[in-house]
Design a protein around this ligand. Structure first.
Ligand code: ZN
Length: 113
């Protein structure tokens, strides 16, 4: 993986995660990655709308992980589960997306050649 630029940190259930951007994932076509032991979300540098959609996805993974929701491949969620998860995680997602958008936009010229 190439150079990481830290955009922000955030708190989830008492843990501090960081969000970094990279120009590309080494040998991989990923847009984003959440790593729980490293407490880190990595985003590929893309158009801001793409990064925000990816960030929402990765923040949801982190929220599920840190509030004890099983994310094994065999796990399935029913409609009520999904509605409750969205209701409970919505503020967390929106607040952190807003902070990311502000921080990234202010520093954007440092990352784009
Ligand atoms: Zn995913």
């Amino acid at each position: 993986m190439n150079t990481e630029h830290e955009i922000m940190t955030f708190e989830v259930n008492g843990l501090i995660y960081k969000i970094v951007i990279v120009e590309a994932f080494q040998g991989d076509n990923l847009l984003g990655l959440a790593e729980y032991p490293q407490k880190k979300i990595t985003l590929k540098l893309e158009d801001i709308d793409v990064m925000i959609k990816t960030l929402k996805h990765e923040l949801t993974h982190v929220w599920l992980e840190e509030f004890g929701h099983n994310q094994h491949e065999t796990k399935s969620y029913n409609n009520e589960d999904i509605c409750e998860i969205v209701a409970c995680s919505n503020n967390f997602i929106n607040e952190n997306v807003a902070k990311f958008k502000k921080n990234f936009t202010e520093q954007e010229n440092n990352y784009r050649g």
